[in-house]
Write a protein that binds this ligand. Structure first.
Ligand SMILES: Cc1cc2nc3c(=O)[nH]c(=O)nc-3n(C[C@H](O)[C@H](O)[C@H](O)COP(=O)(O)OP(=O)(O)OC[C@H]3O[C@@H](n4cnc5c(N)ncnc54)[C@H](O)[C@@H]3O)c2cc1C
Ligand SMILES: NC(=O)c1ccc[n+]([C@@H]2O[C@H](COP(=O)([O-])OP(=O)(O)OC[C@H]3O[C@@H](n4cnc5c(N)ncnc54)[C@H](OP(=O)(O)O)[C@@H]3O)[C@@H](O)[C@H]2O)c1
Length: 268
């Protein structure tokens, strides 16, 4: 019997392809998107994966991205910079619902709850897109079950750059899954460094000067009870490590949990 030709020509499928389901632009430098989740992908909230597009040479062009959605979510969310001449993000910023991206389902990373010793107060310290892994952890019930208080310090140059994190954090108390767990445990300290706002100044300075403790009416850092997760530029990560070490906190890892953990938000 003659073979019948398919009515629609199949489009070439990408390796490890996932489909974009929504895209939200926040500024001319920042956007977030959601995509389908591979059935094989299991991850711990706070981990990162490699994602990307097919390059002009036909090979995958991949970059590390923190998964911004929590581990229970049936979709995946990412929060991204737009680097005007960046090999990946100059193109990724134009994705639309229905488009495909490449996602390697091999999650890794140190910003996981297991890499910290048990504690009472958890600090999430982020600059710029470094808020992404915390967007995942803040929506994970385990974070709220493990800690009595969670303090989120997010600092950007300008107010508009805080919007993604602010929207997410302000919605937490009303979240049907974790709203009750969050209760009054959440303290949010959004600050800008190059524009006025309720809070201003670098995270390092606001911790070292004691301003954040005074503003929020909370106790100083205590290595017996405080745990911290850090995600920002290399310069920020190096400077904040000194602040945390001065307060008596030691750096941990998956293999040896301690009082704080660090991940780069990007490579300079
Ligand atoms: C562990 C890890 C997790 C990461 N998670 C994220 C994430 O969740 N969201 C995200 O947007 N990026 C993240 N990045 C950065 C990401 O891997 C890419 O660098 C970014 O997508 C830009 O890719 P590109 O090819 O356009 O430019 P690249 O050639 O990769 O970068 C060009 C330059 O742009 C600047 N740059 C790159 N990324 C950023 C950024 N996020 N914020 C500010 N400046 C930046 C740097 O100066 C860099 O040298 C992560 C990086 C690492 C190492
Ligand atoms: N954000 C923008 O509007 C903008 C626009 C065009 C290009 N870029 C480029 O994009 C890259 C990343 O910019 P970004 O704004 O996302 O990230 P960033 O330069 O790392 O700044 C993000 C926040 O981190 C603070 N910070 C930087 N270094 C720190 C340190 N060592 N200790 C404590 N806090 C620190 C910054 O404060 P300070 O303001 O005090 O540095 C700012 O509030 C840069 O190369 C920049 O030139 C940024």
């Amino acid at each position: 019997m003659d073979q019948i030709a398919p009515a629609v020509k199949a489009t070439p499928t990408l390796p490890d392809a996932q489909t974009v389901t929504s895209v939200t632009h926040y500024t001319d430098r920042l956007f977030a998107f959601r995509c389908t989740r591979p059935l094989s992908l299991r991850f711990r909230s706070g981990e990162f994966v490699m994602i990307g597009l097919l390059g002009d040479n036909g090979k995958p062009l991949l970059r590390a991205y923190s998964i911004a959605s929590p581990s229970w979510d049936e979709e995946l969310e990412f929060y991204s910079i737009k680097v005007p001449d960046g090999p990946l993000t100059s193109r990724l910023q134009h994705i639309q619902p229905g488009d495909q991206i490449i996602l390697r389902p091999k999650p890794v990373g140190t910003l996981v709850l297991d890499a910290l010793l048990p504690g009472k107060r958890l600090w999430m310290l982020a600059t710029g897109t470094g808020i992404a892994p915390f967007a995942s952890l803040l929506r994970d019930p385990e974070t709220w079950e493990k800690y009595e208080q969670v303090v989120v310090m997010h600092t950007c140059r300008e107010q508009a750059e805080l919007t993604y994190g602010r929207n997410l954090i302000e919605a937490l108390p009303d979240d049907p899954l974790i709203g009750e767990l969050v209760g009054d445990k959440l303290l949010y300290y959004p600050a800008t460094t190059r524009e006025d706002g309720k809070y201003t100044g670098r995270i390092t300075d606001n911790l070292s000067s004691g301003k954040v403790f005074a503003d929020l009416g909370i106790a100083l850092l205590d290595p017996a009870t405080d745990r911290a997760m850090v995600c920002g530029s290399l310069a920020f990560n190096l400077d904040i490590k000194k602040v945390l070490e001065n307060a008596g906190l030691n750096e941990g890892a998956n293999s040896s949990p301690a009082e704080y953990v660090v991940e780069k938000a990007f490579v300079d």
